[in-house]
Design a protein around this ligand. Structure first.
Ligand SMILES: CCCCC/C=C\C/C=C\CC/C=C/CC(=O)SCCNC(=O)CCNC(=O)[C@H](O)C(C)(C)COP(=O)(O)OP(=O)(O)OC[C@H]1O[C@@H](n2cnc3c(N)ncnc32)[C@H](O)[C@@H]1OP(=O)(O)O
Length: 285
């Protein structure tokens, strides 16, 4: 039986998951749900915008609120996962970008920036239990965490170029923080979607597991590995390592929104997004 060291105590892993969760009500919005494991202090943040967890403005706002509440509660870890059995997140909701309301489009990108800054820079250790497909924005969220566990037979990657769009610099920095530069560059220019096995091989994910329960246990074990590490020293180290990536966006936040708005409004980009949305809908028929 697997076990983990939590607060200096050896605990059987199934004990970590059974009957010890309580909801963090302030952090549970309509589209996210947060539960804290009372035994370990770890928060499970579940995206619940079914069927595909498309990241629209509302889900992004709920995600931000949840991450902030988890930080405020000084949880020992944050596990990001999905309520779907097959999709972690389909990435940005393309309907937010196709024929958009201009004011909402700005708010949407601003919300994504804020979620990324909060998750990538979180003082609480972070892990992703990737229990389904994770393209584009879904991959961004997972790669912003410090540790990733994935279930088999799914795909993950930054596929923007396949859609005729260009991932912004901070998406690329997040990828480069996880992958060797050469692999990151090749994958980004190709818009490559990695299978779970390929993702493990290149290091985009740290482990493969057979079930969501196992994924949560692995994430708990990852957090338990810090039991002898000073939390402040841990956070300051992470902060310094990620400082340049975050500073680059913080310094250019307004310009980044303008770039996004101007890029998305280009007729050729609108055309690509329209075709892509149509192809997704046709596939669903
Ligand atoms: C040089 C200057 C540079 C300046 C740069 C500045 C700014 C950068 C500009 C732009 C960057 C924008 C970045 C975007 C990143 C993104 O995240 S884009 C989104 C990418 N996502 C995808 O490609 C995923 C597409 N979806 C799928 O592949 C599949 O749906 C799935 C996730 C694998 C699930 O498959 P499944 O078979 O289970 O479900 P369906 O395909 O049947 O889907 C169900 C339902 O959901 C709709 N849908 C799926 N994905 C999305 C989505 N991302 N957005 C909106 N809607 C989506 C699908 O259409 C179905 O709908 P229904 O027919 O109405 O039921």
């Amino acid at each position: 039986m697997q076990s983990a060291l939590i607060n200096g105590k050896k605990l059987c892993c199934s004990m970590l998951l059974k009957n010890c969760f309580r909801p963090l009500s302030a952090a549970s919005g309509k589209l996210t749900n947060v539960e804290i494991n009372d035994k370990t202090g770890v928060a499970v943040l579940t995206m619940n915008r079914l069927p595909v967890n498309g990241l629209n403005l509302d889900l992004l706002r709920d995600l931000l609120q949840s991450i902030q509440e988890i930080e405020k509660n000084k949880c020992r870890g944050l596990i990001l996962t999905s309520a779907s059995n097959t999709i972690f997140s389909a990435g940005l909701d393309i309907t937010e970008m196709y024929k958009p309301d201009q004011e909402r489009l700005k708010q949407f990108w601003n919300a994504l920036q804020d979620v990324w800054l909060a998750l990538y820079g979180s003082a609480v250790p972070t892990a992703a239990a990737i229990n389904g497909h994770s393209p584009a924005g879904g991959c961004l969220l997972a790669s912003s965490c410090e540790y990733r566990v994935m279930l088999p037979k799914y795909t993950i990657g930054l596929n923007e170029t396949q859609l005729g769009i260009v991932a912004p610099k901070w998406f690329m920095s997040t990828f480069r923080n996880v992958l060797p530069r050469r692999i990151a560059e090749q994958a980004l220019v190709q818009g490559k979607m990695f299978t779970s096995d390929e993702a493990l091989k290149v290091g985009l994910v740290d482990e493969l597991v057979a079930s969501k329960e196992e994924a949560l246990i692995k994430c708990e074990k990852f957090f338990a590995s810090f039991s002898k590490t000073d939390p402040i020293a841990r956070y300051l180290t992470k902060k310094q390592l990620r400082y340049n990536d975050m500073k680059e966006l913080q310094d250019e936040k307004v310009q980044d929104v303008e770039n996004f708005v101007s890029f998305v409004n280009q007729p050729t980009v609108q055309k690509s997004l329209g075709f892509y949305l149509e192809s997704l809908k046709k596939k669903a028929k």
